[in-house]
Design a protein around this ligand. Structure first.
Ligand SMILES: [Cu+2]
Length: 297
């Protein structure tokens, strides 16, 4: 049925629905859209989650306003009034089959689109040539780990505990002390970072909204996710916090991810290595003094 032949009331209802959907889309697309849609901009998986969410949201809004608009229009148009008896209609097989088939089709299309998008959300891309030197990784078959096509990434272990996060930078050499840090994770831009997430006590959840999905941190189990911060975001800090109620200090269990250029990150890693070696030496010296019964200097 062409739009022109529709009654004025119905046309107005459709116009109002279109305006509402467009206004919601405009708001959702603005920089401060995090109130209605998942945050975006820090990593390609976060962007894909956002665009999939928007497809579902818009489809939902269109269906909602079409159904509610028709309902309100029908209530108004066919209401009982003086001198006019309301029509009694008992079902319409063709209409009912059409509505059921239409709804099923929408669900099927949404499922197909979701599965098509899932790849971009779950599979990490390769690091860029300008990224930090990455090492060969092998996917752990017992987990949900996905690795980039070229098999290379920077792996950081995230260990949640009551009440904080510890980040361990695996250097691939068991004979040396791995660099580690608490609360503040430093990561290079243009580099695919794989996160191996676990907990040393109760259940927690890792969530930096701008860097992708939320992942449970469970004792005795490794959950994997990834992020890749674009090169122009070097110097940016992404904030997040534990997303699983884990005890009385849960609200203070925050985490920050600081994106550094690959060269700044290399420098940070070296500085941290030196600091760790120095504090290890200092502790060993104190231990010697204690063992020898001498006062600590
Ligand atoms: Cu927690």
């Amino acid at each position: 049925m062409p739009l022109k032949t529709l009654p004025t009331g119905l046309r107005k209802a459709f116009a109002a629905a279109a305006v509402t959907v467009s206004a919601t889309l405009l708001l959702a697309d603005s920089a401060s859209a995090s109130w209605i849609a998942p945050e975006t901009g820090g990593s390609p998986n976060a962007d894909s989650i956002h665009s999939l969410y928007m497809i579902l949201l818009v489809t939902g809004l269109i269906v909602f306003f079409a159904v509610e608009g028709l309902l309100v229009y029908t209530l108004w148009k066919f209401k009982a009034s003086r001198g006019h008896e309301a029509k009694q209609i008992h079902g319409d097989t063709r209409l009912e089959i059409g509505l059921t088939a239409g709804s099923a089709l929408i669900v099927i299309i949404l499922a197909i689109v979701s599965f098509m998008k899932l790849g971009d959300i779950r599979n990490p891309p390769n690091s860029d040539a300008a990224g930090f030197p990455t090492t060969k990784v092998v996917a752990d078959p017992g987990t949900n780990q996905k690795i980039p096509k070229d098999g290379k990434a920077l792996t950081i272990k995230v260990t949640a505990f009551q009440y904080g996060f510890r980040f361990t930078y695996d250097d691939g050499d068991p004979s040396t002390q791995d660099v580690y840090a608490y609360r503040d994770l430093y990561a290079p831009t243009n580099t695919t970072v794989l996160l191996s997430i676990t907990s040393q006590d109760v259940n927690h959840a890792w969530w930096i909204p701008k860097l992708g999905g939320k992942f449970d941190a469970v004792n005795g189990f490794n959950n994997w996710t990834w992020f890749k911060v674009p090169g122009d975001l070097a110097g940016t800090t992404f904030r997040g916090q534990c997303a699983e109620l884990c005890g009385r200090n849960h609200a203070n269990m925050t985490a920050s991810v600081h994106a550094l250029s690959p060269s700044d990150f290399a420098k940070w890693l070296e500085d941290k290595k030196t600091q760790l070696a120095e504090s290890k030496d200092a502790a060993a010296k104190q231990r010697q003094l204690i063992d020898a019964g001498k006062p600590l200097g």
